[in-house]
Design a protein around this ligand. Structure first.
Ligand code: HEM
Length: 416
């Protein structure tokens, strides 16, 4: 017989998730002393859970599905509609394979080469200005890199406009009022932009290289052997361009970590690849980015004595899993070496989701993210000199996505 889950009370005051942001689930896992609890979200009963065992459960496709799980406000900005994130089963496998076909080591090398070229160009430019805002500069570098890598033409006079649109998509899903509406507007404009490109590819006006996302997604066939609708193909091309640009958030935090933990940064001066990798992993663990991931219970089942009812909205604690004292010693300590003898499982370290890439929903761009952060870190510690003036480095653990307030201002930037 099922027992009842710890249940949050006093919800008439409104959902605490808005007031506690990233810490909402972890705070309750600690106070309930339970990795699973029941609450109400968006006017419905919901389950929140975290920890390695719960993560394994969440990524079991027999237990959870994604259809109808993502709030509309997130679809209307961040993800778009009918993209890979929203699919289950065979349809998902077919679409995910389309993404993963772009992630070979040759393609990652090609992306790294483009990125270095763009970073070098930017470095030339930075030498002429007294001060730069790292977050904004890297957005620019990354949107250029993403477009070139994906075969998407980006004329110089459009860089600013398109970069701003891509940034709005990931900065606005959790905002309210005018900021949020700007995000929805940016989504419409970006969708239209890429739909037109796909139309041009299909009618032969535009011929991107065959190994690019624009080519692959324009010609991808679904399980019925049909091309994707224009809108859907566009949403998925944007599922490449947007998140690559969003790595600017991690790059900004990387800059912050280098500044705030100089003794850790010092250890990277030899250019040791493993050390750089450990630092990057610790940035992904330590700083807030993705708060939680939503799914719905596929069929009734019982787990650890608790009843999961078909259709119940369920949130997996992404941020909290990276700060769980049961998994990490001194989770609030920035300590890259914790990754030196790290025994990884697909469910233990999940800043970009857990499980497998092909069978499940784990982030398609995790290797790209690691590559980009590695390059960024190597530039910051080994290939550039700069000063970091006094500024407001604070970042929120409530507002999503969290970004350091000053966005990392650097002065007198030069090539080393
Ligand atoms: C999915 C995080 C970068 C493409 C996800 C998920 C998370 C995530 C948490 C959801 C996992 C789930 O549904 O269970 C991040 C973070 C990034 C990042 C923090 C840092 C900027 C990227 C990049 C790309 C990418 C660079 C592509 C170039 C995707 C795609 C999915 C996804 C296509 C959907 C996968 C699926 O539903 O099967 N990401 N991601 N992401 N990400 Fe990322």
């Amino acid at each position: 017989k099922a027992r009842s889950m710890p249940r949050e009370k006093g919800l008439e005051k409104g959902p605490s998730v808005l007031r506690e942001g990233y810490l909402y689930i972890l705070n309750r896992r600690k106070s309930f002393q339970s990795d699973v609890f029941e609450t109400r979200l968006l006017g419905q009963k919901a389950i929140c859970m975290g920890g390695e065992e719960a993560t394994k459960l969440f990524y079991d496709p027999e237990k959870f599905i994604r259809e109808g799980a993502m709030p509309k406000r997130v679809q209307k900005t961040l993800t778009g509609e009918k993209g890979v994130q929203s699919l289950d089963g065979d349809k998902h496998a077919n679409r995910k394979a389309m993404f993963m076909s772009l992630m070979s080591s040759e393609e990652l090398d090609r992306l790294s080469a483009i990125l270095e070229k763009k970073w070098e160009n930017a470095l030339d430019k930075w030498g002429n200005s007294k001060e730069i805002v790292l977050y904004e500069e890297v957005q620019n570098i990354l949107s250029r890199t993403a477009c070139e890598w994906a075969g998407v033409p980006l004329p110089e006079n459009q860089v600013k406009k398109r970069t701003n649109q891509l940034v709005k998509l990931f900065e606005t899903p959790a905002t309210i009022g005018p900021a949020h509406w700007q995000g929805r507007h940016a989504r419409n404009e970006a969708d239209e932009w890429v739909e037109e490109l796909i139309e041009k590819v299909r009618n032969g006006e535009l011929e991107p290289p065959e190994n690019t996302a624009l080519f692959a997604f324009s010609w991808h066939k679904d399980l019925n052997g049909e091309l994707l609708p224009f809108e859907t193909a566009a949403v998925d091309v944007l599922n490449i361009l947007r998140p690559i640009t969003a790595i600017s958030i991690y790059c900004c935090f990387t800059g912050l970590a280098v500044h705030q933990y100089p003794e850790e940064a010092e250890k990277l001066r030899s250019g040791d690849k493993n050390k750089l990798q450990q630092f990057v992993q610790e940035v992904r663990r330590f700083y807030p980015f993705f708060p939680f991931q939503a799914a719905k219970v596929k069929e009734d089942f019982i787990w650890n004595g608790y009843e999961f009812k078909k259709g119940t909205l369920t949130l997996l604690d992404i941020y909290g899993s990276c700060h769980d004292p049961k998994v990490w010693d001194n989770p609030e300590l920035f300590h890259p070496e914790r990754f030196s003898d790290w025994r990884e499982s697909p469910f233990s370290f999940i800043p970009q989701g857990g499980g497998t890439y092909m069978g499940g929903h784990r982030c398609a761009g995790e290797y790209i993210t690691l590559r980009v952060m590695h390059t960024c870190l190597d530039y910051l510690v080994n290939k550039m000199i700069y000063e970091v003036p006094e500024q407001d480095f604070s970042y929120s653990v409530v507002n999503m996505p969290s970004i350091p307030k000053s966005k990392m201002i650097l002065t007198n930037v030069k090539r080393k």
